[in-house]
Design a binder for this molecule. Structure first.
Ligand code: IMP
Ligand code: MG
Length: 194
């Protein structure tokens, strides 16, 4: 991973952009401010635009978690592109099950296409590995992973991730599309469980 992507989140004690939030039965404290997220999303968007200029990329955003990230990211893509939304489900509650599930809702023919997977977070990596294998079988010309977050300390598989906005510790987070049992996706910033 390039040096400028090695961003480890620090939380200054006096950094106050919103107080703790309660999502269902858990308390979360501020972790990444909305402005910080927007800045990195813009940078990633600019990089992808440069790398895939004229390649007619198809962005495949993974529902539900990546809908906020995908919407913001796409507005920083300056080359003609398409976006479509697919679903994979291998996660429930606060711990990854590691189960692999099928890709649901892919209508586009991706053979010979430049495809960018847009994901909210890669934790163990099992979800992404399963998805990459399913999509590779459909013979895209180029398949790249773009994720808002990774938890390198939890990664169980070997994945090439050219576009990652933030590397974070192994804590559970919510906000900016990410949920805790379905809630918290609407928060504009990212919060970490207490
Ligand atoms: P993996 O298969 O372990 O990589 O899990 C990836 C999926 O788990 C992501 O797409 C998220 O939906 C979910 N996930 C992993 N960590 C978190 C977290 O901290 N908060 C919310 N969802 C998470
Ligand atoms: Mg997800």
């Amino acid at each position: 991973m390039p040096e400028e992507q090695r961003f480890f989140c620090k939380f200054a004690p006096n950094f106050c952009f919103m107080n703790s939030v309660i999502v269902k039965d858990k308390t979360f404290r501020p972790f990444l401010a909305a402005e910080e997220i927007q800045k990195r999303v813009a940078e990633i968007g600019a990089r992808i635009s440069q790398d895939l200029e004229g390649k007619n990329p198809l962005f495949l955003a993974i529902l539900n978690g990546s809908y906020v990230f995908a919407a913001d990211l796409l507005r920083h893509i300056t080359t003609p592109c398409e976006i479509s939304f697919i679903r994979v489900s291998s996660y429930s509650g606060m711990e990854s099950t590691g189960k692999l599930t099928e890709v649901i809702g892919l209508k586009e023919n991706i053979e010979g296409r430049t495809v960018v997977i847009v994901e909210d977070i890669i934790d163990s990596g099992f979800t992404m590995e399963g998805l990459v294998n399913s999509l590779k079988a459909k013979n895209p010309a180029d398949l790249r992973i773009c994720t808002l977050l990774t938890k390198p300390g939890n990664m169980k598989v070997d994945l090439d991730i050219p576009y990652c906005a933030f590397e974070i510790p192994n804590d559970f987070i919510v906000g900016y599309g990410l949920d805790y049992d379905g809630y918290g996706r609407n928060l504009p910033a990212i919060y970490v469980v207490e």
